[in-house]
Design a protein. Structure first.
Length: 409
């Protein structure tokens, strides 16, 4: 690994740091899940400012309206931006996953229609993949799309998606549908983009135990979409989905929340069972040592990815390691912190709770992080098969028509 910037990367980092220092948004009362009043407007304003300065779509091709820079430049900007307080990034899914898929498979007119508004924060996108019976198995989609019988060539979409982040404030979305139940599950899918305000679309926020409602159920009842909204060939939606999923693993990344440095600070100031600080307890120190080693391992695994990007190479599937480790650590660390804080650990009010309630929030939100962007089991399969070269899972439904597979009933 090479931990140093090249001369070109160092120059870009300096320019980005200078711009961020001069243009950082005023510190607002940003809630932990980005759902507070006025935060959407603040997020859009910040995105527009970045776009005007050339810091949006850094890796996008210039013909898409981007900057055409190598991926390492996006990494550098993200690193520098993470050092300042910014509004919640409601564009991560759209710019990182949805719109690049649209731009890859849509015609020129659609590209020109959606690229600019997305980059400038004028429109928000969501990804409509997961379903109640499918989870992380995108190919198990039951939401169906059938041709309208009026000769228009349009499609009618009926079904349900779930765990859709940001659907309640999204303008558009990409949706995976079943168009051929007679084909094996990976070969009978078709993807479309759609207007989230189309007749027949119903969005219901899911109240989470963390207190937020970032996830949603989305219902489709004969939602009409034009054939021009189709992305890729009919029944070839799995190929299109892979473009999105490859981006998703990197865009979702690791878990957030309080980490081992915050736990260390709390352990130094929290009394233990004998009146001494909790940090004096050997069991507490053992846990801290484990979390520190994990954090360093994750940092250097990410450095491998950054080194590959800096050399113009494509990162491998080892990027899946980050989320598997960090999401579990998020839960374990938060649970230990809540127990250590005793009665104060159950206080959720940020104005009263230690560390503004970050430990409590991390505990409640951490379970969702082990599902979002691929469950632990999915990511472990990727690591086993593509990193370690182990034999693939036995898939009994691989070549069976979807309608005859257990998931197709």
């Amino acid at each position: 690994m090479d931990f140093n910037d090249t001369a070109e990367e160092a120059e870009y980092r300096a320019r980005a740091r200078e711009w961020l220092s001069a243009n950082a948004p005023a510190k607002g009362d940003h809630d932990r899940e980005g759902e507070g009043e006025g935060q959407l407007a603040a997020a859009k304003a910040w995105q527009a400012k970045k776009a005007a300065a050339g810091y949006a779509g850094i890796t996008w091709p210039k013909e898409w309206g981007g900057q055409g820079q190598p991926p390492i430049f996006q990494v550098i900007f993200n690193q520098e931006e993470s050092k300042i307080a910014t509004p919640p990034n409601v564009f991560q899914i759209g710019l990182g996953m949805c719109v690049p898929t649209v731009m890859t498979f849509a015609d020129e007119g659609i590209k020109q229609r959606f690229g600019g508004p997305a980059l400038h924060g004028e429109e928000i996108w969501c990804q409509l993949f997961s379903e109640p019976a499918g989870g992380s198995d995108v190919a198990a989609a039951r939401t169906r799309a059938v041709r309208a019988d009026d000769g228009s060539g349009d499609w009618l979409i009926t079904g349900q998606k779930v765990w859709t982040t940001g659907a309640q404030f999204s303008d558009f979305g990409i949706v995976v549908t079943r168009t051929n139940p007679d084909a094996p599950k990976h070969k009978g899918l078709t993807m479309f983009w759609l207007d989230m305000r189309s007749p027949g679309v119903t969005v219901r926020p899911i109240h989470q135990m963390s207190g937020g409602s970032g996830f949603n159920e989305v219902f489709f009842e004969n939602v009409r979409v034009s054939d021009s909204q189709r992305l890729g060939a009919v029944d070839d939606g799995w190929k299109v989905s892979l473009v999105t999923l490859m981006n998703e693993r990197l865009a979702v990344g690791g878990a957030t929340g309080a980490g081992w440095p915050q736990f260390l600070d709390a352990a130094r100031s929290t009394p233990g069972v004998d009146g001494r600080p909790a940090i004096a307890d050997g069991a507490v120190r053992d846990k801290l040592a484990d979390w520190y080693v994990q954090a360093e391992g994750l940092k250097h695994t990410r450095n491998r990815t950054i080194t590959a990007l800096s050399r113009g190479q494509t990162p491998g599937p080892e990027s899946s390691i980050g989320k598997v480790i960090s999401a579990v650590q998020m839960q374990e660390l938060a649970n230990a912190a809540v127990e250590m804080l005793d009665q104060y650990g159950i206080v959720d009010d940020p104005a009263l709770a230690p560390l503004k309630g970050q430990f409590h929030w991390s505990l409640m939100f951490g379970a969702g992080m082990r599902i979002a962007g691929g469950t632990d089991e999915i990511l472990k399969n990727i690591i086993a098969e593509r990193v370690l070269g182990l034999p693939g899972d036995i898939r009994l439904d691989k070549d069976v028509p979807f309608k005859d597979a257990p998931t197709g009933r």
